[in-house]
Design a protein around this ligand. Structure first.
Ligand code: COA
Length: 378
């Protein structure tokens, strides 16, 4: 196709760019499957580690396979003394997304295998990224508060260990389960903006670390991962359940986008939101702090009534993360920790059957003209 006669697909809406065997989003039924399994069932019956294994390998692990996966993941969690020193130099007021993006980028320089692209080496790189990213997020979080980082605990699950590294203790099972469910729900979502970014970078045959560093950059934006932070700011601004309806109506009247609502693909509701709502509420009831959920419920009813626009996963995950004790600007890095499994799976899939991703554009600038030397320019 010539670039001048291009049929424009702004935002690539409706364009099918490639095949994938990793996950499928079906908007008509608001469903999401990872390797054939409905995400709700995975959240109900599996740990995040089992789901990461599934996403990379195509099958759920047996007990022996899971044991060996967990052993390896736990063995990779620690950061080198060099990276720990480098992180101490990061500006204290840096956004945690910038901290995790820079930390992950540094991991690439430390890995002597980074430019190797065999499947075996790539699975190891993916494992290192999955294991070390939470350590970077937790260390960044503690350093900016002037607290010393806490070393990973090899006896704890992925989710329990993250609480340990952030707070020095592991909360009740209800809280850890809600967090683990959020990790499962955020793990993978087909060709979303950050995953597509990772695939574009992988398609140049750049290394996995470069591809995930770019993906983290794409996830930062408020139209993508950054929405979960914006949701919590909004809930705080609303403040009380009694004010929620009027707040949303007023925002809509002023043509404001309500964060945590709407989706490019789902138009009848996000398959993941009800599961997160369920586990978030269970935790809130356990903690006897349901105010944010009450506000969220009214906001949701008002949005569906006024615009028929449904909440996406960021809407219930924001109050859940807040109740778990995480700072609001840490919410998107939590998304990074989960999506690392999906990004790395897509990078491996892209590289296994690669074609450079290079779309066309329609030029709308000045037509061709002669260069006038500077001495003759007026
Ligand atoms: N609040 C208010 N109105 C919204 C809305 C929202 N969150 N999301 C979509 N709409 C409205 C738009 O204003 C537009 O209305 P119009 O036709 O009257 O102009 C219509 O719905 C279509 O929206 P559009 O922005 O074209 O959809 P999109 O597919 O390009 O965008 C999002 C999808 C996710 C970027 C968009 O819904 C959004 O900005 N949501 C808030 C951010 C968010 O939660 N992101 C996380 C996504 S998982």
């Amino acid at each position: 196709m010539s670039e001048s006669a291009a049929n424009i697909h702004k935002g690539l809406e409706g364009v099918v760019v490639d095949t994938t065997a990793i996950s499928q989003v079906t908007p008509d039924t608001s469903s999401l499957i990872y390797r054939g399994y409905p995400v709700q069932e995975l959240a109900e019956h599996c740990s995040f580690e089992e789901v990461a294994y599934l996403i990379w390998n195509g099958e759920l692990p047996t007990r022996a396979q899971l044991d060996s996966f967990q052993k390896q993941e736990r063995s990779y969690r620690a950061l080198t003394p060099t990276l720990q020193e480098v992180m101490k130099q990061f500006p204290r007021d840096a956004h945690p997304m910038d901290v995790v993006r820079s930390g992950v980028s540094f991991l690439g320089m430390e890995d002597p295998t980074s430019t190797q692209v065999s499947r075996e080496v790539q699975v190891q790189q993916a494992m290192k990224l999955l294991a070390k990213t939470p350590t970077i997020v937790a260390a960044g979080q503690r350093l900016r508060k002037g607290q010393p980082p806490i070393a990973p605990h090899p006896g704890l699950s992925f989710s329990a260990n993250f609480f340990h590294m952030c707070f020095g203790s592991v909360p009740a099972d209800e809280v850890v389960k809600a967090f683990d469910v959020s990790m499962i729900l955020y793990a993978e979502h087909s060709f979303n903006a950050s995953t597509f970014t990772a695939r574009v970078i992988a398609s140049t045959l750049a290394d996995m670390y470069s591809a995930v560093t770019g993906a983290i950059g794409a996830l930062k934006g408020p139209l993508h991962g950054g929405a979960n932070e914006a949701v919590m700011h909004m809930l705080q601004e609303i403040g009380e359940p009694s004010k929620a309806k009027a707040w949303i109506e007023d925002a809509l009247k002023n043509k404001k986008k309500i964060m945590g609502f709407g989706h490019r693909v789902y138009k009848k509701g996000d398959s993941r939101a009800p599961t997160m709502q369920k586990y978030g509420l269970k935790m809130a009831e356990y903690k006897r702090e349901t105010k944010w959920h009450d506000i969220a419920k009214i906001a949701e009813q008002t949005m569906i009534g006024a615009k028929n626009i449904y909440p996406n996963l960021d809407f219930p995950s924001a109050p859940a993360y807040y109740l778990m004790g995480f700072d609001i600007d840490l919410f998107t890095p939590l998304f990074v920790m989960a999506r690392m499994s999906g990004w790395t799976a897509h990078i491996m899939e892209q590289m296994a059957d690669n074609r450079l991703i290079r779309p066309l554009s329609q030029y709308t600038g000045t037509s061709e003209r002669k260069v006038v030397p500077i001495a003759n320019r007026s």
